[in-house]
Design a protein around this ligand. Structure first.
Ligand code: FES
Ligand code: FES
Length: 181
């Protein structure tokens, strides 16, 4: 009888322990605060934030990845929280709009949104802010010695819809905030 000797790459793969389908404890770090939430593994990051952590800044718009209202950061990268499993964020840094202001001071992007009247109903605004700050960090709102390009900003904000059509004001706010950084 012959036996199959696993190759090195096969030996390295071990199945993760099965969890669920009922609630399991999931540790999350949100806005630098540790949480442990009891949720089913199928629960989205958006639901975990809103329903289990009590952080309702990220908004549920479409719940299917098309509007951007739920935009948050995971390890400083923007993600759609409605399409991200909370359990996949264990041990990673999650930042929501509640984490933008520091020590009672609004983030410059928040100040410029107010100064430029960059919202009407405000429902999309948390997601717009999270994308806007990330966009500047990603280098899409001008580089040193170079003017920000409104078309480039619009392109990199295109995942965030605004039913109130505040787009020109949002774009102007982003350019103003980028000029301050
Ligand atoms: Fe997530 Fe619309 S609620 S993209
Ligand atoms: Fe109303 Fe954008 S301000 S949806």
């Amino acid at each position: 009888m012959t036996t199959h000797k696993p190759a090195a790459h096969e030996q390295a793969v071990t199945a993760p322990p099965e969890r669920g389908p009922g609630p399991v404890p999931v540790p999350l770090i949100v806005n630098e605060v540790p949480y442990t939430v009891d949720i089913e593994p199928r629960v989205s990051l958006l639901s975990a934030l809103r329903d289990a952590c009590g952080l309702t800044g990220a908004k549920r718009g479409c719940d299917q990845g098309t509007c951007g209202a739920c935009t948050v950061w995971v390890d400083d990268r923007r993600v759609l929280a409605c399409l991200t499993l909370a359990i996949a964020c264990e041990g990673r840094r999650v930042t929501t709009v509640e984490g933008l202001a520091r020590d009672g001071e609004l983030h410059p992007m928040q100040e410029e949104f107010i100064a430029h009247d960059a919202f009407q109903c405000g429902y999309c605004t948390p997601g717009q802010l999270m994308s806007a700050v990330a966009l500047v960090r990603e280098g899409h709102a001008g580089r040193p010695g170079q003017e920000a390009d409104p078309a480039e900003i619009a392109e990199w904000m295109s995942g965030n819809l605004c039913r109130c059509a505040a787009y020109p004001h949002i774009n102007a706010a982003i350019r103003a905030a980028a000029g301050r950084s």
